[in-house]
Design a protein around this ligand. Structure first.
Ligand code: KIV
Ligand code: ZN
Length: 517
């Protein structure tokens, strides 16, 4: 590695990732993900947009308190109120960064901001100076840089570096660029801006044309030394550049890069599973690095080659990204301490004895049905326990389904809703449909079911099925998950989980890229 050989990884799963419709996370879930990112040795964790709502502020504050080894960052528009709110939320962080931004493309300046370029430049400089009063680690992004004029970008970047910005992040906000063009832009900026050596150049690419990772890598080859990315490529619209793909591309192709990350790549899989289980965004089987098939050799020719010499068809080792072969961790006879210690290894600290008791009792129920309990089962268990403990207005007490060839499926459900127990029965086109119809009889949510999917958490017919449902109501979208060895019960749990999320009075949240709050 040369002297500029460190590639900084800036993870924005908790901020841009959370902007995916339905991916909103609770404060506790964000802290769990942040701790997993810290374990992976991510350099910077963008924890949220503190001005967006009280919940967002408290989440950034909680992450800032929980994380010790990574820098914690808060997003702020180039506005005084945003910056002071971010500064306040990050007060307790060991190491903090404020990330401030303003749009610089002609279309954003004219249509969204209704500002002249000189006014934008002035506001950017003022924002960076103000952010420097809270921390000497300040990042500036010219939003929609991918469609901005290069001359104006050079002017505004030079000015914000003079004002104290230490990282300059170039976003391809709408995923419009192609690799050669985006790499060229980074090269030009670094060469033309006289004080470019005083800042780290970073990139933030969206995946609208499927180029987010390719654009980020082209930027790194042209001098960028920070990449902003998310676990599983989660993010607004088509998502952001996937962290696991960036990190493994750079690590695997060291012949083409003069830099590398310092991440512990064995934490990639646990992190990917955690984010998927918390957000309810499943990972497609053929997804690079973290998809179920990423290291599976289906065809006979490939299997033969791999058995003779792994490198005939494998460019990476599965275990280097955290796919482990021996994953049975606990069983029916494991005790409370064994569970506690395994959870700690996974970075899950249960806050109270009650939480441990509740998790242990769920663990015992699961172990009665399923002999081998894997890390993935434990993650799903904790996700469920956390949600149940915090926010439940609707609770599934029991479910019985009748499904027989030639008969109409029927479900009888007992739920508690706002503290009152209800027993209802309904018929449906299948057992899941019947269960959902009976729950609806009680709740009458009128939410629209947008997505229903089932995945097995581990392999084998005794595996737990993890069900994700997406509901939409009055413009709000939520994802709900449920896991059980019985997929009809898992489906009912997922529906109840989503309904709880819809019903919990969510505060209005400002979107960072849509006008003023
Ligand atoms: O995509 C984008 O431009 C952003 C900025 C806030 C950096 O997310
Ligand atoms: Zn973005």
């Amino acid at each position: 590695m040369s002297s500029d050989g460190k590639l900084i990884i800036f993870d924005t799963t908790l901020r841009d990732g959370e902007q995916s419709p339905g991916a909103s996370m609770t404060k506790e879930e964000k802290v769990r993900i942040a701790k997993a990112l810290e374990r992976m040795r991510v350099d910077i964790i963008e924890a949220g947009f503190p001005i967006a709502s009280r919940g967002d502020f408290e989440s950034v504050q909680a992450v800032a308190e929980a994380v010790k080894d990574s820098t914690v960052c808060g997003l702020a528009r180039a506005l005084e109120k945003d910056i002071s709110r971010a500064g306040e939320a990050l007060k307790m962080a060991n190491s903090s960064r404020i990330h401030t931004f303003i749009a610089t493309s002609p279309i954003h300046m004219q249509m969204k901001l209704r500002m002249q370029p000189d006014q934008v430049l002035e506001q950017a400089v003022a924002a960076v100076k103000m952010a420097r009063q809270f921390t000497d680690n300040v990042e500036f992004s010219p939003e929609d840089a991918g469609r901005s004029e290069t001359d104006f970008l050079c002017r505004i970047i030079e000015a914000v570096i003079d004002a104290g910005a230490t990282t300059i992040n170039i976003p391809d906000t709408v995923g419009y660029n192609l690799p050669s063009q985006f790499g060229g832009l980074i090269k030009t900026l670094i060469e033309r801006i006289p004080n470019s050596d005083k800042a780290i150049f970073s990139v933030h690419c969206h995946n609208d044309l499927g180029m987010a990772v390719a654009n980020s890598l082209a930027a790194v080859q042209n001098g960028a030394r920070q990449v902003e990315c998310t676990i599983n490529g989660l993010g607004e619209r088509a998502g952001n550049a996937a962290l696991e793909e960036i990190v493994m591309a750079v690590r695997t192709r060291q012949d083409l890069f003069s830099c590398d990350t310092t991440l512990d790549t064995t934490q990639i899989m646990p992190c990917s599973r955690l984010v998927s289980s918390i957000t309810g965004f499943p990972v497609q089987p053929n997804k690079a690095i973290v998809g179920a098939n990423a290291f599976a050799h289906e065809s006979g020719i490939h299997q033969d080659g791999v058995l003779k010499n792994r490198e005939t068809y494998e460019i990476m080792r599965a275990q280097d990204v955290g796919w482990s072969e021996n994953r049975i961790v606990l069983g029916k006879h494991s005790g409370r301490n064994a569970l506690k210690s395994r959870l700690e290894t996974l970075g899950i600290e249960l806050a109270t004895e009650e939480e441990l008791n509740e998790t242990f009792s769920r663990f015992k129920d699961l172990a009665d049905k399923k002999h081998e309990i894997f890390d993935e089962d434990l993650q799903a268990l904790v996700t469920e326990t956390n949600w149940t403990a915090e926010n439940e207005v609707l609770k599934l007490i029991s479910l019985k389904v009748c499904s027989e060839t030639g008969e109409v499926p029927e479900a009888s459900v007992v739920v508690s809703f706002n503290g009152k127990e209800h027993s209802v029965t309904a018929q449906g086109s299948g057992p899941v449909d019947a269960a959902y119809k009976s729950i609806e009889q009680v709740v009458q949510s009128e939410a629209e079911l947008q997505l229903y999917s089932v995945n097995n958490i581990t392999s084998g017919t005794d595996s737990q099925g993890e069900v994700t449902v997406r509901l939409s109501k009055s413009g709000r979208i939520v994802n709900g998950q449920g896991a059980d060895t019985d997929i009809v019960i898992a489906s009912a749990k997922a529906y109840v989980n989503a309904l709880n999320k819809i019903m919990v009075g969510m505060e209005d949240r400002a979107h960072p890229q849509l006008g003023d709050v």
